[in-house]
Design a protein around this ligand. Structure first.
Ligand SMILES: *Cc1c(COP(=O)(O)O)cnc(C)c1O
Length: 347
């Protein structure tokens, strides 16, 4: 793969913004270079200084945790930022195209539209697996990105890793494997394949298993030259100081996260079993994520019935291959119990 050729010409040739904090990186104690408020900030801890634009300390810790090099990590304002930047770096508006495989995460299509890039939909097969021949049939010289969500939202299943590898080895653009839910899956992450496939980008996030959706921290893992492009195009201070500090501290709690993951998985098994015993439930799809997809009679009516009781699930019944399906996030044992009781009352 020739990365240089894949990158848009204007991006390849642009000079990135160079911030004050970027240009100076030695020891000093008087900082009069960035027009900050030298007196302080009206907050319990100080936020008057711009944060580290490269989030180096945080990346070093994440690198240890994930057993990858810090130079293969990009951090963004949610993984949604990485998705948008990939469009901006690789896709010429009005000319290039990308492939995604619905039913899947909605942001690929939103970012495609926002960037005036054609999105070619290659639906999953009935078993929710990739239609590899159809994907290859849709690729042309202007196809730059293929999005693969695994475990997939909203279906919950992992894509067959052999299919993903086939696409990685035969496609001349980037393959973006979105692993937002990988912590709940028994399948290994694709971040261990970065050396084998230089066209691989793996997305992960602190919004799901790590429980920090409000802090907005997403990760992209890729070869160093792709990471360099992402860093060149991002806003200089895209990850704020509070997020950097709090997540750095939270990384010490990996044990607690593991416990929550295990509890979520056992609740997922229990909830799936109990739901499948209810009369209106036609099918429970197996899940590798922290949600389950259920095919239920009169799903839109059930959705409204539940929301009238203050229980909100996601109605996916108008989504391709998902008629009468609700996507239900695994709650605490108490929340799941109340959900089951409420569904039981639905006549
Ligand atoms: C939730 C989710 C994300 C997370 O995005 P953030 O911007 O990191 O919160 C990414 N991809 C998929 C498939 C998701 O479901």
């Amino acid at each position: 793969m020739q990365l240089e050729k894949l990158v848009r010409k204007n991006i390849r040739e642009m000079k990135p913004y160079s911030s004050a904090r970027h240009e100076f990186s030695g020891e000093a104690n008087i900082f009069l270079d960035a027009n900050e408020n030298s007196f302080g900030s009206p907050t319990p801890s100080l936020y008057n200084r711009y944060p580290d634009p490269q989030q180096q300390e945080l990346k070093n810790r994440i690198a240890e945790l994930k057993s990858v090099s810090p130079s293969s990590i990009f951090l963004g304002n949610g993984s949604d930022e990485a998705i948008d930047l990939l469009f901006r770096i690789f896709c010429n508006p009005g000319k290039d195209n990308v492939i995604s495989c619905p039913p899947t995460y909605g942001m690929y299509e939103v970012c495609a539209e926002m960037n005036d890039v054609e999105l070619r939909s290659v639906p999953l097969k009935e078993n929710f697996q990739l239609d590899v021949p159809a994907i290859f049939g849709s690729i042309d010289a202007n196809t730059k990105l293929i999005f693969i969500c695994s475990p997939n939202n909203p279906t919950g299943n992992c894509m067959d890793p052999e299919d993903v590898k086939k696409i990685l080895s035969r496609f001349n653009g980037l393959v973006v494997v979105d692993e937002a839910y990988v912590d709940y899956s028994a399948n290994p992450s694709f971040i261990h394949q970065l050396k084998q496939f230089e066209n691989l980008v793996v997305l992960q996030t602190f919004s799901k298993a790590w429980g920090m959706a409000a802090l907005r921290l997403g990760l992209a893992f890729a070869g160093e030259s792709i990471i360099k492009c992402l860093n060149k195009v991002k806003y200089p201070y895209n990850v704020n100081a509070a997020t950097q500090e709090i997540v750095l501290k939270a990384l010490e709690e990996a044990g607690k996260i593991k416990d929550w993951i295990n509890e979520t998985i056992s609740e997922r098994t229990k909830l799936a079993e109990e739901l499948s015993r209810l009369p209106g439930v036609e099918k429970m799809y197996p899940s590798d994520a922290n949600f389950i997809l259920a095919k239920i009679k009169r799903a839109p009516e059930l959705y409204r019935f539940l929301s009238d009781k203050g229980i909100i699930v996601r109605d996916r019944s108008r989504t391709l291959l998902c008629d009468n399906c609700l996507r239900i996030t695994i709650g605490t044992p108490e929340e799941n119990k109340q959900l089951l009781e409420a569904i039981n009352e639905f006549k």
